[in-house]
Design a protein around this ligand. Structure first.
Ligand code: PEP
Ligand code: MG
Length: 318
């Protein structure tokens, strides 16, 4: 920023090949690697070696930049064809057996992914991120499984990173409300606004009929984002934002003003978001955004943010 605050800007990927596109825009790391795409392409749970080789390819393509691997988030809008063919469709798949819920239901199928991530983390800067956590008991179960997996790797004398950093996505409303408790037990948090908006506003994120209500500027959503940021600061751990909201340059100043120092965005948003950050004075934004967030209606927040964006935009160089 113009007042010298370092902000981390990473990219989101679905597969190692996406790193080529990412590097066209910036020489940076990955804040969200959606591994479920590998599962969808293989039409099932890939074995440990397939996962290890794939994650290693991603890590090596990054040439020393950090890689945040998210454990698989299958279910709802992302599903394996075999499951669609064979299982009866859940009435509400988005609030059903999705992501970490599904992994913990089938721990033996999940362990190869944990092993692959633990192993690849011995080769470079890798972090592991858990999606869709709802409560800290669930987190406790995941941590126990990680511990057990580490013990097995150790017994088998297989190289792994025993200090692998583990973080959680804050994307279920309950997790945002309990962000303090999560932050105390984790190395980092990452706010997934795509789902946080869906769950908080009771809106199916892929249903066009109700998309008019799907708005990141809803004060309830902003309040939950603020709680998550504050929880990270209190526990002294990094908090990032990796949902679509991070990629939209209209919200860059808002996020900075709310105190976020780390975003992960779509490759094609990197340059524009970076340009805004480089031209922003953080101390001024903080005061301006604080005032805007006093409003209680989405429309008012939207209007005020637009005025701020236009005013600040006119001052930008280049
Ligand atoms: C999110 O929910 O904001 C997110 C980044 O995860 P996904 O879009 O993969 O559900
Ligand atoms: Mg999500």
């Amino acid at each position: 920023t113009t007042d010298g605050k370092p902000i981390t800007l990473h990219g989101n990927i679905d597969r190692p090949e996406d790193i080529r596109t990412l590097r066209k825009f910036a020489d940076t790391g990955v804040g969200l690697y959606r591994t479920e795409m590998l599962f969808i392409e293989k039409n099932g749970w890939p074995d440990e070696e397939t996962q290890f080789k794939t994650y290693k390819r991603a890590l090596f393509r990054l040439k020393g930049k950090p890689l945040t691997i998210r454990t698989m988030d299958l279910g709802a809008d992302k599903e394996i064809q075999d499951t669609i063919d064979q299982w009866p469709m859940a009435h509400n798949p988005a609030i059903g057996l999705r992501a970490i819920r599904r992994c913990m239901k089938e721990p033996e199928s999940f362990i190869p992914q944990l092993r692959a991530i633990l192993r690849v983390a011995a080769l470079g800067p890798v972090r592991m991120m858990i999606p869709m956590l709802t409560n800290i008991e669930e987190l406790g179960q995941v941590k126990n499984l990680i511990k057990r997996t580490k013990q097995e790797l150790k017994q088998q004398k297989i190289r792994f990173n025993k200090n692998l950093k583990v973080g959680a996505m804050i994307e279920v409303t309950a997790a945002a409300l309990s962000a303090d408790a999560f932050a105390k037990q984790l190395d980092f948090l990452s706010i997934g606004t795509n789902d946080l908006i869906q769950y908080t506003l009771a809106l199916d994120r892929i249903d066009d009929e109700i998309s008019y209500l799907y708005n990141p500027l809803n004060p309830a959503v902003l309040h939950l984002i603020q709680l998550s940021i504050n929880a990270g600061k209190k526990a002294n751990i990094p908090v990032s934002l990796c949902g679509e909201m991070a990629s939209n340059p209209q919200y860059t100043r808002l996020r900075l003003g709310m105190g976020l120092e780390y975003f992960s965005v779509q490759a094609n948003s990197l340059l524009e978001v970076k340009h805004i950050i480089n031209n922003s004075k953080l101390s001024r934004l903080r005061t301006q955004i604080k005032k805007i967030l006093e409003h209680q209606s989405t429309l008012e927040i939207e209007r005020e943010l637009e005025v701020l964006n236009q005013r600040e935009g006119r001052k930008m160089v280049g």
